[in-house]
Design a protein around this ligand. Structure first.
Ligand code: GDP
Length: 473
């Protein structure tokens, strides 16, 4: 990438690096100091900017108070399993569609919008706190209001409490939907009382939390629930500026056979339009089309509106932020920056002891050994054989791979002991180490490398082996 930007041949850069005693191949990561040295050598002037400057002016661009207009609330439904989250989402949506278009066909795109007395409400279609918190873990707060569903015949259960804690941790206000009120065993008062113990104080108990008795099955009081949401939204005074370039969050994304990468996004501020270029997570693309929750193509999507975006290069993750950027090269730059960050994070995660493969090479070199001992575990025998074959081919007169053990299945403690005894590194292909093995490896300083692409594996071993070659070659 650096050679490309300097309009130099990669091979020249690699030659220069070799002269400097650095064995590298295209795609290897170099640090800022080395990049500066290389750029200087090739006659370029280097200006250092902070890495995060790449994204400056793109994400989290503040709005002027005067430009703000009120926007619909975004709602997530949480609660214990079988208390009726899905039923409630379906009932609300169904009631709305029937009232709206005659026989309207609905698409499940991950979020939908309904209208109550001319006011819009957006529902995230994945119930539960797991998705909610996964999105938060990626830095996105997509939800304004949490609906806590509690079945009136079952009352407060473990996941009810979890949901309360997740909502509270996020600072998101709760509205309690006491569901299954149609059941003979329903006891709404018990629900209210039990919620007190978890510091959810509904109005009739002297608190400020709104609660509504509903039946998702019979459609009872759904409009009351929607009214409560609108009331809560009014208190929250939710606002955004529709007249600017859009920013928002990815709700879900998948590869569609016919349509390519499809991401459902929620616009949080601004207005998104076809033809614009967006960055979403580490993906980017020109918006080919916007499709709403009714399956219609739309010309724009304003604040709190969920739409499917077609035209991305790949699938971003749920909770990734997206933003409109001014041109393709900027988009490419940001997505490359983000992909690199993600790669670095992954590498750091996968090998707690970074660089120890290299260290091991140095040790071997010093001891004069010309063998590279490896222990290989894989998911199936076929791939292990393919890997062993490919690695054996790497051997030269000077240095070769020695496979001390190979087998199918997870990496176990006995593998670690064996690797330790034979001074081998461990390679896991589509398998992981179990917990005991991981901690033993950590204690013993045994390196485990994980791969899921044979090419990457072979390439890394090749690079490591080149460090074993005699310097005079
Ligand atoms: P979730 O796990 O929270 O998404 O719960 P579901 O929506 O799948 O509902 C669990 C079960 O409760 C299903 O069998 C529903 O038909 C039933 N159910 C949901 N809402 C009601 C309700 O208001 N009244 C009654 N009687 N049953 C309900």
């Amino acid at each position: 990438e650096l050679s490309q930007r300097m309009s130099e041949r990669a091979v020249d850069v690699i030659k220069f690096l070799m002269k400097e005693g650095q064995m590298m191949k295209p795609g290897d990561l170099i640090d800022a100091d080395l990049a500066e040295l290389i750029a200087g050598e090739f006659g370029h002037t280097v200006k250092r900017v902070s890495e995060s400057d790449v994204e400056e002016g793109i994400f989290n661009v503040a709005d002027e108070e005067g430009d703000l207009e009120s926007r619909p609330p975004i709602v997530t439904i949480m609660g214990h399993v079988d208390h009726g989250k899905t039923s409630l989402l379906d009932a609300i949506r169904h009631a709305n569609v029937v009232a709206g278009e005659a026989g309207g066909i609905t698409q499940h795109i991950g979020a939908y919008q309904v209208e109550q007395n001319g006011n819009k409400i957006t529902f995230i279609d994945t119930p539960g706190h797991a998705a909610f918190t996964a999105m938060r873990a990626r830095g996105a707060q997509a939800t304004d209001i949490a609906i806590l569903v509690v079945a009136a015949d079952d009352s407060v259960m473990p996941q009810t409490i979890e949901s309360i804690n997740h909502a509270k941790a996020a600072g998101v206000p709760i509205i309690v939907a006491i569901n299954k009120i149609d059941k003979p065993a329903a006891n709404a008062q018990k629900v209210r009382t039990e919620l007190l113990q978890h510091e959810v104080f509904v109005e009739s108990m002297g608190g400020e939390t709104l609660d509504v008795e509903v039946s998702a099955k019979n459609g009872t009081n759904l409009d009351k629930l929607l009214e409560a949401i609108l009331l809560q939204a009014e208190i929250l005074d939710l606002k955004a500026n529709p007249n600017r370039t859009a920013e928002g969050v990815v709700v879900e994304a998948q590869l569609d056979r016919g349509r390519g990468a499809v991401a459902t996004v929620l616009v949080q501020t601004g207005t998104l339009k076809p033809g614009q270029i967006i960055v979403a997570g580490d993906q980017w693309g020109r918006v080919r089309a916007l499709v709403n929750d009714k399956g219609d193509h739309v010309k724009e999507a304003g604040p709190s509106m969920p739409v499917e975006v077609l035209g991305l290069s790949g699938t971003p993750a749920a909770g990734d932020k997206f933003a409109v950027v001014e041109n393709e090269s900027r988009a490419r730059e940001i997505s490359e920056y983000r992909q690199r960050l993600a790669r670095e994070k992954q590498v750091a995660r996968q090998s707690g002891s970074r660089g120890s493969l290299e260290q091991m090479m140095n040790q071997l070199q010093n001891s004069g050994l010309k063998e590279f001992p490896l222990l290989i575990k894989g998911d199936v025998q076929g791939s292990i054989e393919a890997i062993a074959g490919a690695l054996e081919k790497l051997g030269t007169d000077e240095v070769r791979v020695r496979i001390v053990h190979s087998g199918a299945g997870a990496i176990t403690e006995s593998d670690i002991s064996l690797a330790e005894a034979s001074n081998a590194a461990i390679i896991g292909f589509n398998v992981r180490a179990n917990a005991q093995a991981r901690s033993l490896a950590e204690r013993q300083g045994i390196e485990i490398r994980y791969y899921n692409i044979i090419y990457d594996l072979v390439d890394d071993v090749k690079a490591a082996m080149s460090g074993l070659l005699s310097p005079e070659r």
